[in-house]
Design a protein around this ligand. Structure first.
Ligand code: BG6
Length: 487
């Protein structure tokens, strides 16, 4: 793939949480490893009144606080800070863009913009950029979520952006795609011969995808109250994981082949009626409890008012195509759960006949566990015979075949997901970014779920902070004879 690195990066929201926690540490990491184009200038922008010097101080403090331990104290700090300049801008005010354009200067060597803002500001931002010549052929734009709150608003944003940038210069970010272990799903599925023949409804009984978090609202009440767990996590990250598990093998590793296959999965997701929604989804909201031994408040208490926003959601989804007919994909995610974990568990079908039954041996169906975080491993649970003379019968036990990414690749650097995505944005590789048709199909599916909740008058069920969600979520799978993988 031909890479065309840009000479400048324009970072909106540069004083915010995402910038301080993720973007600055990521850019620093790339800089320290010599991966940023030489001479790349980073123009940081936000509403606040900073100048170059005060912004560099802010960036230095952020790096101090958020840089991974193994990257602290490196010598490259001085040269990194020199790349940073600051220009205040208020995206809702067209007049600010002239000064911004002046600060950015000549963009003939290429400009990458990172835009992270409230859905209502995409339009003025894009119009403003266009009005001062910051949307021309040499400019590409990265868009951070939330890209709307439903299909209609997401289409509006996509239309607005499309009025200034063609799709091949739009980079929609889903930071899960920047995670090493998420990309590793592709290597696991398409780099090995033994999974693919059974990777279908004949071989697989069900798939579980869990992203559980122990954190609560984290000062994001304004955003989260308008989003809830479905929009915050399922529409984007969880459906992307589902697509990587469910998609057909792409012919090549490129932006068209991979995104085509993912989009087909989104289009094949079975659209739910309000009745289906009643049967196949569970929503919850945490009340006070204890997370990792610490007493924490309930959601309403944290928020300071009563709310019906779901902080937990579980969904039984179906992909209606030949490969996946009849295979449920159970998805669940929530805040203030028992443990922080992102994991995909693939439950294979049992063997057609057990020869061990007459000798007392019991079999469990095989399971493949892909742990994305906090640890990174792939585990295949297989049956083995316990050593012994078998006088009292044959004892069989499930044992893990273990691929620990942490141990196996101990020598290689662990990177923040945004390092990969920012570098791909700077170099112009769209493979790990989300295409418009993907986003819109994702919204179409989750909108039907929200419409079902509205039609059914669904209210979230309480779950104590520090648990695995409301008991109805357990019933959702147990009804099918399936148990969530919780250990
Ligand atoms: C974000 C959500 O997209 O992903 C957050 O807005 C969530 O609510 C976060 O906490 C989870 O990301 P990660 O990488 O920590 O699993």
């Amino acid at each position: 793939m031909a890479r065309t690195p840009v000479g400048k990066l324009l970072l909106f929201g540069a004083t915010g949480d995402l910038a301080r926690r993720m973007l600055l540490p990521s850019l620093y990491g790339l800089h320290a490893d010599g991966l940023l184009p030489e001479g790349l200038t980073i123009v940081a922008s936000a509403r606040s009144d900073n100048d170059d010097a005060s912004y560099r101080a802010l960036a230095q403090a952020a790096l101090d606080e958020f840089l991974p331990e193994d990257r602290k104290g490196e010598e490259a700090l001085g040269t990194f800070l020199e790349r940073l300049v600051f220009q205040a801008a208020d995206l809702s005010n067209l007049d600010t863009f002239a000064a911004l354009a002046a600060k950015v200067g000549d963009v003939s060597g290429g400009l990458a913009i990172f835009l992270s803002t409230a859905p209502s500001l995409f339009e003025p931002a894009v119009k403003g950029l266009q009005s001062v010549g910051l949307a021309g052929e040499t400019v590409r734009i990265g868009l951070e979520k939330p890209l709307g709150y439903d299909l209609a608003s997401s289409k509006e944003i996509n239309d607005t952006v499309a009025s200034a940038f063609p799709e091949d210069r739009i980079f929609r970010i889903d930071h899960y795609l920047g995670k090493e272990t998420v990309q590793n799903i592709l290597a696991l599925r398409f780099g090995n011969s033994f999974f693919e023949p059974i990777w279908n409804a004949q071989g697989i009984d069900n798939v579980q995808i869990t992203i559980s978090e122990t954190v609560g609202l984290e000062d994001r009440a304004g955003y989260y109250e308008g989003a809830g767990a479905l929009r915050d996590m399922v529409t984007n990250h969880m459906l992307q994981l589902l697509a990587l598990i469910a998609m057909e093998p792409p012919a090549t590793y490129d932006k068209t082949a991979i995104r085509d296959e993912k989009a087909k999965v989104f289009r094949a997701l079975r659209r739910m009626t309000p009745d289906d929604v009643q049967q196949q989804t569970v929503i919850g909201q945490y009340v006070a409890g204890a997370v990792k031994g610490e007493i924490v408040k309930g959601y309403d208490e944290e928020l300071g008012k009563d709310s019906n926003v779901e902080t937990f959601v579980a969904v039984k989804a179906h992909v209606d195509n030949w490969r996946w007919q009849g295979v449920p994909f159970y998805i669940r995610t929530g805040k203030r759960m028992a443990a922080r974990r992102s994991e995909i568990a693939i439950q294979f079908k049992p063997v057609p006949h057990s020869m061990f039954t007459g000798r007392g041996g019991r079999l469990q169906p095989n399971m493949l566990v892909i742990r994305l975080q906090p640890e990174e491993y792939v585990q295949l649970l297989v049956m083995a015979k316990e050593p012994g003379l078998d006088r009292d019968g044959i004892r069989l036990r499930e044992v893990p075949l273990n691929l620990s990414m942490d141990a196996e690749f101990a020598g290689s650097r662990r990177r923040i997901a945004y390092e990969r995505l920012l570098l791909d944005l700077i170099e112009g590789d769209q493979t790990l970014f989300v295409r418009r048709d993907e986003v819109e199909a994702q919204w179409a599916w989750t909108d039907a779920i929200r419409a079902g909740w509205a039609a059914n008058g669904s209210k979230p069920k309480s779950y104590a902070a520090g648990t695995w969600g409301p008991s109805a979520a357990i019933a959702l799978t147990e009804r099918d004879g399936v148990t969530w993988q919780d250990d």
